[in-house]
Design a protein around this ligand. Structure first.
Ligand SMILES: [Zn+2]
Length: 554
């Protein structure tokens, strides 16, 4: 005897009297799958995006063909949401990664259908419980949709009419918002497939480009001078504005550890007082920073051939190069990171919602510093720094400026900055405070690992600045104001101290390669000492920024 039959009869009777029970059960099922695959606010967003299916089910539909169409349409739509939740849950559980992370995109682009099948066969034991759960959930969903859509149409009471109208409105808002709509599985997965395909196509290009850069570097005649062993650490951060560092005179004490190091180290540590980026966004800034002003191809009007990429030059001169990063960015990985011998990307979530703290990279740094496989080492540490969202860049408990009421707060009040912006500034300064500890620790670690009888150097700078109510009512990247370009830059080396008075002229981040070459003690014909801020022949040239007249010595 089929024992599910009486259950179904009972449930059908319940639905006949209370049609919303079936819809509530469906909503619960969707909530379960959304919370398996998504986190935080994204969960209710996904429910709102799935809402049209539920609203359609409750709509009194009379004509049988329409009801059949509804059954099909709703089952398909809600089924897609269920699949989305389960697939994401699988990726998260297995790899700790979201589908559009570099890890997953790269793996997908790297895999042929045959390999994918082999992988699934080999991993069978890992995923079959999930598959069974998914099939059960899909069966339950289908059954619920069928039962709900078989009910005779019942008109809505006044109360529930308003309720459903309210839900419909919320659902319209969800679909109107582009950042929400992007996560609709029907939009997300086709876009994901296109990303994978584009990546696959770009790869052949990018790896050829990297081969060319390495070849060009080998042919440049580059060579290493100086001691047999040398360790250079480049700490490249994101979105840090020097105006928010007490090291640079900010009124909130945001950088006590760097200041302490500065006092301890004296002439070995150089703070560049007037450092500027020439780009206000990451990818463009890094392009210039690593390739001597973005001159991947020869600059128009310049007689000198393009110097290429500083990482390629370092390798050609005998350096072993590490790239360790808390960014999850395909372009950066392909254009720069993959030029290194060892690449370590610890972050599995792209974009601003990523919550991995920079301090997580310190273990990797320690490992690279302790590595004895090469006498010459260049270690690039790419931090998320103070990239929005600020609240995700420091531990939740660290909020030293939340009290407000200090000189910074008063100044912002005087400038009539709104409350939300003053709060953003408090969060931003808290991030700088956390960042101070991470950056200072990288230098302290390097000091413990200076090769015996060799040299060591350290450079710290930000890719670009950040506007947090410095001159306008805005928090974020800012190509249109000075705050978008005002960056910190610091240099340290041993045993040779810096010449007194060096680095006092303005410095531009797209000339970093020239200064880094000096710290690496590498040399090739056609170098431009006029662009190395440490060289006595240094000659400042103001960059063209889209912000009008700028006093670069400020
Ligand atoms: Zn950036």
């Amino acid at each position: 005897m089929n024992i599910t039959l009486p259950m179904r009869v009972w449930f059908a009777e319940l639905l006949r009297r209370r049609p919303s029970v079936g819809i509530a059960a469906l909503a619960a099922l969707l909530l379960l799958s959304a919370s398996l695959g998504h986190e935080g606010l994204r969960v209710p967003q996904m429910l709102l995006l799935a809402l049209p299916g539920l609203i359609w089910l409750r709509w009194p539909v009379r004509s049988p063909p329409w009801r059949r169409l509804r059954l099909f349409g709703v089952a398909l739509l809600l089924g897609v949401f269920l699949l989305d939740g389960f697939l994401r849950a699988y990726l998260r559980q297995r790899y700790g990664a979201v589908p559009d992370s570099t890890l997953v995109l790269t793996a997908a682009a790297n895999t042929s259908p045959r390999e994918a099948l082999e992988y699934l066969m080999a991993q069978g034991a890992q995923w079959w419980p999930g598959l069974v759960a998914l099939l059960l959930a899909l069966g339950l969903l289908l059954g619920l949709v069928r039962l709900a859509s078989q009910q005779p149409p019942r008109p809505l009471g006044t109360g529930s009419r308003w309720l459903w109208l309210g839900l419909l409105l919320l659902c319209c808002v969800a679909h109107a918002s582009k950042p929400w709509r992007r996560h609709h599985p029907v939009a997300f997965w086709p876009h994901w497939a296109v990303s994978v395909e584009t990546l696959r196509m770009n790869w052949s290009d990018q790896s050829r480009q990297r081969e060319l850069l390495l070849e060009q570097a080998r042919a440049s005649g580059v060579r290493a001078l100086g001691a047999e062993s040398s360790t250079v650490v480049l700490v490249l951060t994101d979105s840090v504005n020097r105006d928010n560092m007490s090291l640079y005179g900010y009124q909130r004490e945001t950088t006590p550890q760097l200041q302490a190091l500065s006092r301890e180290e004296g002439a070995r540590l150089l703070v560049l007082p007037h450092a500027w980026s020439v780009q206000a966004t990451t990818v463009a800034a890094l392009d210039g920073l690593f390739s001597f002003g973005g001159s991947m191809a020869a600059q128009p009007g310049s007689a000198a051939p393009a110097p290429g990429h500083i990482l390629a030059l370092a390798r050609a001169a005998g350096y072993r190069v590490w790239w360790m990063s808390n960014h999850d960015d395909l372009a950066i990985e392909q254009q720069h990171a993959q030029l290194a011998d060892t690449v370590e990307m610890i972050n599995r979530e792209p974009g601003r919602s990523s919550s991995m703290l920079d301090g997580e990279l310190l273990d990797s740094l320690e490992e690279a510093l302790a590595d004895r496989s090469a006498p010459r080492k260049l270690i690039v540490l790419h931090l998320l720094g103070a990239h929005p969202h600020y609240r995700l860049r420091a531990p939740e408990a660290l909020r030293p400026f939340e009290q407000g009421g200090d000189a910074v707060e008063r100044e912002m009040q005087r400038q009539q900055r709104p409350v939300w912006l003053r709060e953003q500034r408090q969060d931003y300064d808290a991030v700088i405070h956390y960042h101070d500890g991470v950056v200072a620790e990288t230098l302290r670690m390097l000091r413990r690992h200076v090769p015996a009888g060799g040299e060591a150097a350290w450079m710290y700078l930000s890719d670009h600045g950040q506007e947090v109510g410095h001159s306008i009512d805005h928090a974020g990247h800012s190509p249109g104001t000075e705050a978008g370009y005002r960056i910190p830059a610091m240099l340290w080396r041993t045993p040779q101290a810096f010449a007194p008075g060096s680095g006092q002229q303005p410095f531009r981040a797209d000339w970093t390669g020239w200064t880094l070459a000096e710290l690496l003690r590498i040399e090739w014909p056609g170098m431009e000492p006029a662009r190395n801020v440490l060289d006595p022949r240094y000659r400042w040239e103001a960059p063209q920024l889209p912000i009008g007249e700028v006093d670069f010595a400020r």
